[in-house]
Design a protein around this ligand. Structure first.
Ligand code: NAD
Ligand code: UFG
Length: 340
């Protein structure tokens, strides 16, 4: 397939990054991965190459190392950048905010300075529905008020503001801020997936580690919320749909001007108990759980209005919660210890 161009993927060894690299290679892009492997494994990159042989190069580089980032960008002409690299553990960000501001915000400024020097101005950035804080209305549209409840969330909000300021100050930048809801699942092959290094903070990896016998049972954080079954509601989206959203976003950069935020969600909410039920079906066994205390800071219910993504990117999610659970389980059951 003829090359669409070359895309620099920061954080390309990570969960969403690795799936996106497969989708990009499948679509005919040449891919340059830049990752310091602080939360990922080089094996993920090897498996990306196995799933979609193509033009991929990998550089183990920290984004804050300006000279090293410049050297990567100077190695070959870069047409666009997808910027995934960052830390994402909400609790850790509360304990060590400077690490988050350095690794997420400072690193992004460094990247943008390197890009500006070389007149590379097409960027797709990994934002999050966390920038909506506790939304007053659902489904949440991009025009909803923005706020943040943790240093992690603020790092995303600051980076969004930096992009908005930059695009307003300098013509030529074309930036899509993709606000992901809750990416879960794994590549359908079961070869790549999410591999949390510590105890998972997120629901689906925890559920699947219970299913595979690495943990005894799930604690459901709160069963007395004002929702139909008393548990919180989220918009879970298959990581392969998220990956496809990035390919669509790159294609859409030609059609936008300045900086534009776009939700990546399905438009449907599922409760914690609905996820446990779907996971049990995929696994073929009950997932043991207990109802515990609420987790401080949890939003009660949020799901996306995904209509702008369809309008602007021509993209919509099409995989179901059952698909997410089946694919996540295929990955977890064939790689019980992740990439180790
Ligand atoms: P991940 O941790 O699997 O991937 C992030 C990657 O970035 C890792 O490979 C890590 O090694 C790399 N990295 C981190 N800091 C770096 C640095 N300074 N220099 C170079 N590489 C660095 O996480 P993910 O789930 O794939 O998330 C990707 C992006 O999407 C993150 O920015 C995250 O905040 C955002 N996001 C994720 C979710 C989610 O639920 N997974 C939701 C919303 C937004
Ligand atoms: N949950 C449990 N037990 C667990 C883990 C999670 O009951 O062991 C519940 C949570 O309380 C929540 C739901 O499952 O109701 C989903 O939790 P996740 O941690 O998977 O997802 P969140 O929506 O809470 O977190 C996401 C992103 C973060 C982001 C945050 C902002 O993962 O990056 O949204 O709200 F910051």
């Amino acid at each position: 397939m003829p090359s669409q161009g070359t895309v620099l993927v920061t954080g390309g060894a990570g969960f969403i990054g690795s799936h996106t690299c497969v989708a990009l290679l499948d679509a005919g892009w040449a891919v340059v991965v830049l990752d310091n492997l602080s939360n990922s494994s080089a094996v993920a990159v090897e498996r990306v190459e196995e799933l979609s042989p193509g033009d991929l190069t990998f550089h183990r580089v920290d984004l804050r190392d300006r000279a090293a980032v410049g050297a990567v960008v100077d190695e070959r002409p870069i047409d666009a950048v997808i910027h995934f690299a960052g830390l994402k553990a909400v609790g850790e960000s509360v304990v060590d905010p400077l690490r988050y501001y350095s690794n997420n915000v400072v690193a992004t400024v460094t990247l943008l300075e390197v890009l500006r020097e070389r007149e590379i101005r097409d960027v797709v950035f990994s934002s999050s529905c966390t920038v909506y804080g506790d939304p007053a209305n659902v489904p949440v549209a991009e025009s909803a008020p923005l706020s943040a409840a943790s240093p992690y969330g603020r790092s995303k909000l600051f980076i969004e503001e930096i992009f908005r300021d930059l695009a307003a100050a300098e013509p030529g930048w074309r930036v899509l801020l993709l606000r992901y809801f809750n990416p879960v699942g794994a590549h359908q092959s079961g070869r790549i997936g999410e591999d949390p290094h510590d105890v998972p903070n997120n629901l689906m990896p925890f559920v699947m580690q219970v299913a595979v016998g690495r943990r005894d049972r799930l604690t459901v954080f709160g069963g007395d919320y004002p929702t139909p079954d008393g548990t919180c509601i989220r918009d879970y989206i298959h990581v392969e749909d998220v990956a496809a959203g990035h390919v669509a976003a790159l294609d859409a950069l030609d059609r936008i001007e300045g900086c534009q935020a776009v939700n990546l969600g399905t438009g449907t909410g599922s409760s914690v108990l609905e996820v446990v039920q779907a996971a049990s079906k995929a696994v073929g066994a009950d997932i043991p759980f207990v109802i515990g205390a609420r987790r401080p800071g949890d939003v009660v219910a949020t799901w996306a209005d995904p209509s702008l993504a369809e309008e602007l990117l021509g993209w919509k999610a099409n995989r179901t919660l059952d698909d997410m659970c089946a694919d996540h389980w295929r990955w977890q059951s064939t790689n019980p210890d992740g990439y180790r």
